[in-house]
Every structure is written in structure tokens, then in C-alpha cells.
Design a protein around this ligand. Sequence first.
Ligand code: PLP
Length: 364
Amino acid sequence: MSVPYLDLPAQHHPLRDRLHEALDRVLDHGHFILGPEVGLLEERLAEYLGVEHVVTCNSGTDALLLALMARCIGPGHEVITVAHSFVATANAISLVGARPVFVDLDADTMCLAAEGVARAITPRTRAVVPVHLNGFPCELTGVEALCREHGLALIEDCAQAIGASRRGVPVGSLDLGCFSLHPLKALSAVGDGGFVTLRSGEEAARLRRLRNHGLVDRDTCGAVGLNSRLDTLQAAFLLVKLDALDEALARRRENAALYLRELAGAVTLPVDEEDVVQTWSAFVVRHARRDRLVAALAERGIDAKIHYPVAIHRQPAYQPQPALAVTERVTAEILSLPVAAEVSLEQAEEVASAVRAIVAEIDG
Ligand SMILES: Cc1ncc(COP(=O)(O)O)c(C=O)c1O
């Protein structure tokens, strides 16, 4: 039995009729840009996440861009973030003209830590962008206090963490939260999409203008903005898929629980803390001979991925950069096992026994 990392056709199969109905509805009303489904989705997402406002846009990358633009972050400014993320996190910072300043990770949680952030703050710092990677909600109490003390924006990169929370506090609810609706995410469009969560109604109105060319009304451009609207059609699809999200996250948790149980002692497991709800956007384990493990899994038809094999501070576009010891060690050891909702418990069991057998062979 082969185990794909993700099976999008299987994900959509049970929703097919409702997705087709959504398509017909949008074709019939014809409001393809900022139609009624967009506002409805924003309301539903705000309710689901327990946040005050949601502004949708074209992608998670644009969500980050819009959040940075909303706080007037640009040339001459520094933004503190991590290098262990998808490049979009740093690219958004660079695209507004600011400089990403990479801090190292806590080795267990793979999140930035308040002490590292404190050391990186300079008079040019304007924001901190923590990344809730793999659906694990970072501890941000100390970082939030630093942001308050220094007047910095706290822009949480929640692209991989919809539904995650720590001590009952949902990711993205502290200041600004940026989410992706890319097909690889737990809640995904049939294409690209994203959204920003935020607390102020006034700022939400500003973001709505910024995502629509900065238009104040049909003919007046009040600020330079983007064309970054979520398609009405995608919003209509997402309304259907949002209804299925809790079940999908529950399935991911079952697979993750199986791995946590079955792989103890074989590989370094991700942390799972009591007061934390994580959403397992990826189930990332670590092993010193990661490449051999990935290749041996592939031989057995099991698709493991590496998120991400080259940290951002080592990407050609970001040279030169100082070394980041923990980030580099983590990057060399990580692999992501198939954990998506469509991976059955039998398949997860097969993955776990393959990992155990291969590790025994290469460690033995
Ligand atoms: C951590 C992180 N940040 C930002 C993004 C960018 O999101 P998108 O692909 O929707 O632009 C992604 C998604 O791929 C991501 O994983």
C-alpha cells in the first residue's frame, strides 16, 4: 500500500455536490469580485477562530504584505523573524522594503524565543513575525510583552496553523494574524487564498482598501494598494470546506496521536504540550540520517517531505547572513510524515512500522 503525502481529489470527493452547487450559485449571481460570499466567509472565519475581524485576500503572502503595509513598515525598517519557514515569510518583509532580521530557534519547539527577539531589537525594528510552523502555536507571552514595551507590531504568521491555540488563546488573536488558504493547508481554497485577522474595525477597513488598490470609493485612490481580493468563487468553495474543517483536524490529530505513540524512541518526536491545541499541518520528526530515512520510505511507497531543506538565511536571495546554529541543525534532521485527514489509520500504522524498521536498520 502506498501512502501519498496529500491526496486532494480524495479530500474533495465527499464535498463534490456541495462544491458544484457553490459554483452554480456564483455563476448565477455573477458577482465574481467581492461578491456576497466573501463577506459571509469573513464573518464565519471570525466566528470560527474567535477573533474580532477577518479580511480575506489573494494568498498568505499577501496577508503578510497587507499586514506590514497596514503598519506602514517599509524602507529603513527591520522586522524580526525566523529563517526556518517558507520563504514567503521573509519575502513579504523584503517586498515592502524592510530588512528581515533572522533569530535562532528554541530547539524543542522550533519557534523563536523572547530572549533572541530582545537581543535583536534595534531603533529600526518595527515588527516581530513569529511563525506557528507545522500547526504548533508558539509561546508568545514574552514576545508580546516586548512588542508592547517597544511599540512593535506583532504579526503572527499563522499560514500553517488555522485552529491552533495556546492556553485557549487562538493563534492570530494578539495583534495581526496572517493565514494561508493554499491547497496544502488544512483549510484550503481550490487555488490560492489568504486572510488577515485583527482586532480593530478601523484597521480592518484600511486593510479592505489596501487589498483593493487603495480605493476609498470607485474612483478615488486614498493610498497605494494591491489587487489582492479573494475570488467570490473561492469564498463560496471555502464556505463549504469550512464546515468540514473540524472533522479534518480531528482526523489529523488521530494520525498524530498514533505517530506519537508508535514512534517513541525511534525518532525525535515533535513536542506536544498539555495546554496547547496544535493542528499538525505537518508531523515533523527528526533523525540524524534523515536523507537515508526519506529515501528508504520512498522505496516503500511512502511519501515523506522536508519542510524546509534550506533555511531562508541560506537561500541565495538572502546572502550574506550570519550562521544560526539551531536552525541549521534542525534543517538537516527534519522530515514530515503523511498526516493529512485522508491518510487512514491503517496507512499511518504502515508509515510508523516502516519508520521503526528503517531506523532499526540504519541505527543498528
Ligand atoms: C509559514 C508560511 N508563511 C507564508 C506562506 C505563504 O502563503 P501562500 O502560499 O498562501 O502565499 C506559507 C504557505 O505556503 C507558509 O507556509
